[in-house]
Structures are given as structure tokens and as C-alpha cells.
Write a new protein. Structure first.
Length: 429
């Protein structure tokens, strides 16, 4: 598919032409676990990675491959691997880079579940996550050690509306000879393409805006294809003989596709977090309207944020799209089309009143999700960020009075009317 097409065209057509076997115009769901080999030589060539094709759906599947092509195209990357969830994408992304004893330096503003994964589960693999305040990019430089194998940030962070200075952090990663991994879930490539600013790997929870209607779990790892895995000698799984694949040197053999081939041939093979083809299909369907939805999500969110900022029961609104926000300059640089649709605000009265607001909404759904066409609300301190310490919660923008909204694409007057009645019930204002 020509790279000269516009974003909206690519989000409908990339990866999904008419089915070559039947002419079916919509993408078929290849609901199969295995694929017949032409003959014994063909089977051997497939297993040796000498020819590209399908063996078994844990590794590759044509419906998943269509989604991989579309995501790589939209992010401006070289290859992609889709996974069962965003969290499995994070593990799969680091898996080719890390050995026991290795470290990742990550932002303290990450999604609560990601901090949880890094802090408590990575040590079980012998990996260490060094958490730093990403508002000061130099903190990444200060945290570097000989065993640092990656930096990990979110372009736009959930739930605090924090925006990372991608270029500054990418430069530090580049000087250190390590890849920058960017979770682009909240921004989507419609708002921001981290590879343009120097990211090596972009990961997604496709569960959110990409599928767009709260129907399918999924994750993705997109590789820029630009990183030299051999240069520093720090990445033996990619640029040395890989014992997990009979000594194959992936970088020597596959060049700019080395990382993506490794993720399928070793990562998905041995860890197994494969996406269901039905979910890949739902995500492909959702992505056809990504641009339209994001435009409306952002316009609605800005209007709701401006309305809340004027409301007497509201102590503060943290939306990077507002000129009053400390991240507004970074938003204008990295997310010029809009600051996304997820933001937080504080109600006067703290924890108790916050829970009352959540209990009083009618149109909003009280769920632990974001990026649905429907408007969603949650009180992070008592739910998504419950397992963190007070200090970690505040660092992640999820203090006691914080309410998180994921603004949907409904009629904006209806969204505002629902919040108005809920705030009135909870506070009398
Ligand atoms: C939801 C989310 C994840 C985890 O994704 P799942 O699909 O729920 O596993 C990771 N990062 C961000 C920013 C998220 O919003």
C-alpha cells in the first residue's frame, strides 16, 4: 500500500485488500489453528524461516497479519506483532532485549497496571525496572547503568494527561545505544507517531481507541526497523547466535525485520500471548473509523474540560488541551490535533465526594476501561490504582479526589448534562 495515501485512507485500506482466494471484500476471519504445507520441503523451509508463510496460529495468522500490516503502516514502522492484550505486548516488547539482571528505566507516570507489572512481576524474570520522573528527561540519563536495555514511557500518560518530551528522551536513549519504547495507547497514531520523534518500538493496548468500542482485548508491538541491534553488543538475542532458535543470528539474517521475526518465532512461540483472530478482525473494523472517532473524542473532551473548569464544585481540571495546563506546550508540539479524550479532574470534598459522583452518573458507565465510543468514568484511587502506595498514586496522578473521564463520541450536550446532574447530587453545587 502506497505510503503517499493519507492517514484515514490507510486506516481503512492498509493490510486489507480483497481476499485473493475468494474476492471477499471484507477481511476474512481465518478461524484456524493450522495451515496445510505444500510438501515436506515447504514445511522444512517454513520452520527454517527460509520462506515466509503460515505454520500454526500461535505464531502467525492471516487475520492477525492484516492488523500487523495496518498498525506498522499507520505508525510508520517496519514490522508489527499483535498480542492478546496490552500487558502481554509490554512483556513481548522487552523479551528480546532483556537477560536476567538487566534493567529498564521507566516513567513514574505510566498506567497503574504497567507500574504494577514492572515493579512486582518483572523481578520474577530477573528484570529490574528503575522508575523515574519523566518530566525531567535528564532523569533517564542519571538512571543509566551498564545493564540498562531500554527506556519505557507513554506518549500521553493515563490517567494524569502527562505528556513526555519524546525527542529529548529519544536523544538520551540514542546516545546510550538503547531503544526507546513508547506506549502510544492513549494518543493512537492519529494524534502522535512516536517513531517520527526517535522511538524504536511503539506498543499499544489495542483494547482501547484502536478497536474503539470496548469489544476486543489486544496489544501490539511495532518496530521502527531503524535500530542497529549489533552496534553495542548489548542485544545478543537479536544480534548474536540465538540459542532459542538453533543459533540463528536474527539481525544478520533479517536486517530491519529481525526484531519482528524474533517476536513471532521466539516470543510468541515460547511465551504464547497470541491474539485471537476474531479480536484482530474486530480491531480492524474499529480502525476503519479511527480518525473520525478521535476527532470527535478530542472535540468533546475539550468542551467538557472547559465546562468543568468553570464549575464551582470542581477544584481543578488536568487536561493537556487546556491553555492553563502545564503540559499544554508539549501537547501542541506532539499532539497538535488534540490532547486525547482522557483526563482527570478533582472534586472539592475529596475521596468521599469523588465516589459519590461516580455513583450518580447516568449516561457515563462506571468501568475500568478507556477509549470506548461510550463515555466512561472511574475513581482511580479506589479502583485501578488501589494496589499502589499513596506516594505512587499521587505520582501517577491518581490522588484521593481524582476522577478520571474517558469522553466518548456521544452528543456533547448530553455528556455535560450528565456530569452536571451528578456533581449536583454529590455536592449540592
Ligand atoms: C490499558 C492499558 C494497558 C494495558 O492494556 P490491556 O489491553 O488492558 O492489557 C497498557 N498501557 C496503557 C496506557 C493502557 O491504557
Amino acid at each position: 500500500m502506497s505510503k503517499t495515501y493519507g492517514f484515514e485512507t490507510l486506516s481503512i485500506h492498509a493490510g486489507a485488500g480483497p481476499d485473493p482466494a475468494t474476492g471477499a471484500r471484507a477481511l476474512p476471519i481465518y478461524q484456524t489453528t493450522a495451515y496445510a504445507f505444500d510438501d515436506a520441503d515447504h514445511a522444512a523451509a517454513l520452520f527454517n524461516l527460509q520462506t515466509v508463510g503460515f505454520i500454526y496460529s500461535r505464531l502467525t495468522n492471516p487475520t492477525n497479519a492484516a492488523l500487523e500490516t495496518r498498525l506498522a503502516t499507520l505508525e510508520g514502522g517496519r514490522g508489527c506483532t499483535v498480542t492478546a492484550s496490552g500487558h502481554s505486548a509490554q512483556v513481548l516488547a522487552l523479551f528480546p532485549l532483556m537477560q536476567p539482571g538487566d534493567e529498564v528505566v521507566a516513567s513514574s507516570r505510566l498506567y497503574g497496571g504497567s507500574l504494577q507489572q514492572m515493579k512486582n512481576t518483572y523481578p520474577k524474570f530477573g528484570w529490574k525496572a528503575h522508575i523515574v520522573d519523566a518530566d525531567t528527561p535528564d532523569n533517564f540519563k542519571r538512571a543509566l547503568t551498564d545493564t540498562t536495555k531500554a527506556f519505557f514511557i507513554e506518549s500521553l500518560a493515563n490517567p494524569g494527561g502527562v505528556i513526555s518530551d519524546l525527542e529529548a528522551i529519544a536523544r538520551i536513549a540514542d546516545d546510550a545505544g538503547i531503544p526507546l519504547v513508547v506506549d502510544n495507547t492513549m494518543a493512537t497514531p492519529w494524534l502522535c507517531k512516536p517513531i517520527d520523534y526517535g522511538a524504536t518500538l511503539v506498543i499499544h493496548s489495542t483494547t482501547k481507541f484502536l478497536s474503539g468500542t470496548g469489544t476486543a482485548m489486544g496489544g501490539a508491538v511495532v518496530d521502527s526497523g531503524k535500530f542497529d541491534w549489533a552496534k553495542s553488543g548489548k542485544f545478543p538475542s537479536l544480534a548474536g547466535p540465538e540459542p532459542a532458535y538453533h543459533g540463528l543470528n536474527f539481525f544478520e539474517t533479517f536486517g530491519d525485520m529481525a526484531y519482528t521475526f524474533h517476536s513471532h518465532a521466539v516470543g510468541l512461540r515460547d511465551l504464547g500471548p497470541t491474539q485471537a483472530p476474531m479480536n484482530a478482525w474486530l480491531t480492524m473494523l474499529g480502525m476503519e473509523t479511527l480518525g473520525l472517532r478521535m476527532e470527535r473524542h478530542c472535540a468533546n473532551a475539550l468542551e467538557v474540560a472547559q465546562w468543568l473548569e468553570r464549575h464551582p464544585a470542581v477544584a481543578w481540571v488536568n487536561y493537556a488541551g487546556l491553555p492553563s495546563n502545564k503540559y499544554n506546550a508539549l501537547a501542541r508540539k506532539y499532539l497538535p490535533k488534540g490532547a486525547g479524550s482522557i483526563f482527570t479532574f478533582g472534586v472539592k470534598g475529596g475521596y468521599e465526594v469523588g465516589m459519590k459522583v461516580v455513583d450518580s452518573v447516568d449516561l457515563f458507565s462506571h468501568v475500568a476501561n478507556i477509549g470506548d465510543a461510550k463515555s466512561l468514568i472511574i475513581h482511580p484511587a479506589s479502583t485501578t490504582h488501589r494496589q499502589l502506595t499513596d506516594e505512587q498514586r499521587t505520582a501517577a496522578g491518581a490522588g484521593p479526589d481524582v476522577i478520571r473521564l474517558s469522553i466518548g463520541i456521544e452528543t456533547v450536550e448530553d455528556i455535560i448534562a450528565d456530569l452536571a446532574q451528578a456533581l449536583e447530587k454529590a455536592t449540592g453545587a
